[in-house]
Write a protein that binds this ligand. Sequence first.
Ligand code: 13P
Length: 225
Amino acid sequence: MTELEINKIKQEICDIGKRIYDRGMVASNDGNISVKIGENEFLCTPTGVSKGFMTPEYICRVDGDGNVLEANPGFKPSSEIKMHMRVYRERPDVNSVVHAHPMYATAFAIAGIPLTQPIMPEAIIFLGEVPIAKYGTPSTDEIPDAVSPYLQSYDAVLLENHGALAFSDSLLNAYHKMESVEFYAQLLFLARQLGGPKELSQDKVERLYDIRRQFGVKGKHPAVK
Ligand code: 13P
């Protein structure tokens, strides 16, 4: 990848960071984003900055162990880089990882309720279900270890008492997964206030799984092995 191409991705990370911040999917300096740019090379957001106000000079470059390859003075890679690297290691199809604390998805993660109710076609086709990885202390191996069991069947997981993690073949698609998780969580929350969602029947769910298989949608899904 040329430096020009790498700079373009740095700008994209800033643009997606702003979108995440502007949509209220993170508060303050929360959240982090990474993109794979080579076999053992990744770009990531720095620790402790607002994702809404980044410029390309903020973005760090690391290897697969999280060692710094490039970082401007005053910037260090995200404290959650191990979580991102575990996803890349165990999912060779993934080129980008997004971590955020969207309000509704995080509320479900805090209440310990996974997003499993079949309530709308898009969530069933594109996410299937969103499980909860058990609580781990941020920045330690506990979160990567907790997320690992779900990586082969899902493209998004809730992090217990913490937030959400989404990953895909591109930065935009990883971001879109995060948006879909939050939209699903918000709908489920609101439907519960309205007396509880009317769940789709198993045969309707099966037809949606068929559609996913026919579309050949990329990524992992609990119903498509
Ligand atoms: P960093 O600023 O180190 O990326 O951490 C933010 C965060 O949300 C931790 O969960």
